[in-house]
Design a protein around this ligand. Structure first.
Ligand code: NDP
Length: 328
């Protein structure tokens, strides 16, 4: 029997948590022979704790052969103890009348605390994925709050945006997602994201040979960028199962390898493509042996570069806003 992988999950009482935990426990994240221990972090209030208890009862009732243990805590240091993977899903949602600056502040406070706790108690190789929004800036602040961990351990989720892009191209071209390689989404997980088809191929041919450029620029890009709002409109609640599925994809590929496929990950920039060093930015990556590498040397069109600048400016302004909290 392999040693279980310790997976910390924050926000287990939330909607994404409810879709995510059962898939991790069933083997979807690390494979059918890899046991896991779930380490849950939920807020210390009676309603949340009651809801987590219910989730844990259901996990018990699934009798998952790979689930080697479940613990719950409201203390980040306890929940992150020796964690090999940390999925930071729980975040403060935007409430009515809340300004964007207030949302950044509220979440920055959460991610400073969680970054410090990871620094103190997680495995030195912990792989961190931030899902809770604003996920790129939350990942940046957690990374900055964990100076003894390698910066590259901190990532944010843009995989849902890549998956949405692939699904839209498959529908438009009449092919399947398996026929599509090298789509990418640069930048921030926000409407300023940059879905990029310029290097993508469908059945081995350049995607933009078969897809009209005007449709790509005027329909596909806004469709992907606003897909989250369209889901809320349709189901009356934000994406949960698809977000959980993208989190599974992100960690599975990081741990088990992506082969030749590109996977979009929000990772601290190494200065590639003119993205300021340290900003957590969506890049096409390849993964191998538990490490990721940004795909280098791509020629970017003026169209893509101009849009990337908007994402850079947005992320710099978020970073500058929350940076003051680190000093406290
Ligand atoms: P829910 O509102 O269903 O759950 C949120 C979870 O966060 C709950 O467990 C909640 O705990 C917890 N939480 C709320 N406030 C705080 C706080 N102050 N401190 C710590 N935990 C808190 O949200 P979802 O599960 O649907 O979404 C979670 C996050 O994921 C959101 O930020 C959402 O925007 C983001 N998301 C990101 C995507 C991406 O592609 N990166 C895609 C889709 C969503 P409690 O029960 O105590 O309130």
């Amino acid at each position: 029997m392999k040693t279980p992988i310790r997976v910390a999950v924050t926000g287990p009482a939330g909607n994404i948590g409810y879709s995510l935990l059962f898939r991790i426990a069933s083997g979807a994240m690390f494979g059918a022979d890899q046991p896991v221990i779930l380490q849950l972090l939920e807020r210390n209030n009676p309603d949340s704790q009651k809801a987590v208890k219910g989730v844990m009862m259901e996990l018990d009732d699934c009798a998952f052969p790979l689930l080697a243990g479940v613990v719950n805590s409201s203390d980040p240091k306890a929940a992150f103890r020796d964690a090999d993977v940390a999925l930071l899903v729980g975040a403060r949602p935007r409430s009515k009348g809340m300004e964007r600056a207030d949302l950044l502040d509220a979440n920055a406070a959460i991610f400073v605390e969680q970054g410090r706790a990871l620094d103190e108690s997680a495995s030195r190789d912990v792989k961190v994925l931030v899902v809770g929004n604003p996920c790129n800036t939350n990942a940046w602040i957690a990374m900055k709050s964990a100076p003894s961990l390698p910066a590259e351990n901190f990532t944010s989720m843009l995989r849902l945006d890549q998956n949405r892009l692939m699904a839209q191209i498959a529908a438009k071209s009449g092919k399947t997602v398996n026929d599509i390689v090298h789509p990418a989404v640069w930048g921030n997980h926000s409407p300023a994201m940059v879905p990029d088809l310029e290097h993508a191929q469908i059945c081995g041919r350049p995607a933009l040979e078969g897809i009209d450029r005007a449709w790509y620029e005027e329909t596909l890009i806004p469709t992907v960028a606003k897909r989250g709002s369209a889901i809320i409109e349709a189901r009356g609640a934000s994406s949960a199962a698809s977000a959980a599925s993208a989190a599974i994809d992100h960690i599975r590929d990081w741990v088990l390898g992506s082969g030749d496929r590109w996977v979009t990950m929000g990772v601290p920039s190494d200065g590639s493509y003119g993205v300021p060093e340290g900003l957590v930015f969506g890049f096409p990556c390849v993964t191998k042996n538990g490490k990721y590498e940004i795909v280098k040397g791509l020629e970017l069109s003026d169209f893509i570069r101009a849009r990337m600048q908007k994402s850079i400016a947005e992320l710099e302004s978020e970073r500058d806003h929350v940076a003051k909290l680190l000093a406290k």
